[in-house]
Design a protein around this ligand. Structure first.
Ligand SMILES: CC(C)(COP(=O)(O)OP(=O)(O)OC[C@H]1O[C@@H](n2cnc3c(N)ncnc32)[C@H](O)[C@@H]1OP(=O)(O)O)[C@@H](O)C(=O)NCCC(=O)NCCS
Length: 180
């Protein structure tokens, strides 16, 4: 088995957004993991990123430790829905560059995302995965402890095909309180 590169995960900064936009545009134009059809512009990606970080929610990128300036992928989490009772339930999203598949970037970012959510007292993490044939994303979430909780049949249509949404969920154990 080939050795996996050493990776680092860190918060996404403004200067990373160009690569974040390129990675996402690739998946919008070629894949069924996202149901967007038109890639968002750099300005629009900046607005989405700004909205997440201003609320104190996690938006992360990963790079190889020997090539820190190249973003291999990004991941973020947002409250599942705005209504107040959903405050402890977050939806996660992960996208990796097509040039560096299966090197552990997706799993590492998702693990960091879950840790950040745990530190913020989030209780449940959800993933809405486009396309029931999306083996990579379903496998990634299963590896990080998500279980399949439902399928929204034919909820999307892209590239002339009806597509399911696979819903996966995992609980996030609370941080141990000191002296507990
Ligand atoms: C899903 C995605 C983020 C995975 O990124 P990645 O960096 O290649 O994933 P990793 O190398 O960390 O793999 C983690 C695990 O996911 C699973 N996995 C990854 N790619 C897979 C594939 N092609 N087929 C089956 N399982 C796969 C495996 O369980 C893998 O663990 P292993 O390599 O130890 O067996 C990436 O394929 C991607 O960006 N896909 C398109 C966008 C998308 O659908 N995002 C999800 C929307 S929420």
């Amino acid at each position: 088995m080939s050795e996996r590169p050493a990776l680092i995960v860190r918060p996404c900064f403004q200067q990373d957004l160009e690569m974040v936009q390129l990675i996402y545009a690739h998946h919008v134009l070629t894949g069924t993991g996202t149901f967007e059809i038109e890639p968002p512009s750099l300005d629009e990606m900046g607005a989405r990123w700004g909205d997440i970080v201003q609320r104190g929610w996690p938006f992360l990128v990963t790079s190889r430790t020997d090539n820190l300036s190249r973003v291999m992928g990004f991941a973020y989490a947002r409250q599942y829905r705005d209504r107040a009772a959903y405050a402890k339930t977050f939806e996660v999203s992960v996208y990796c560059a097509p040039t560096t598949p299966r090197q552990g970037a997706g799993a590492l970012m998702l693990a960091h995302l879950l840790n950040a959510l745990r530190a913020d007292g989030v209780r449940e993490a959800l993933a809405f995965i486009g396309d029931s044939a999306n083996a990579a994303s379903i496998g990634l979430h299963a590896k990080l402890g998500f279980r399949h909780v439902g399928t929204l049949a034919n909820a999307g249509e892209k590239f002339g095909k009806l597509l399911d949404v696979v819903v996966m969920q995992r609980s996030i154990p609370p941080l141990r309180q000191p002296n507990s």
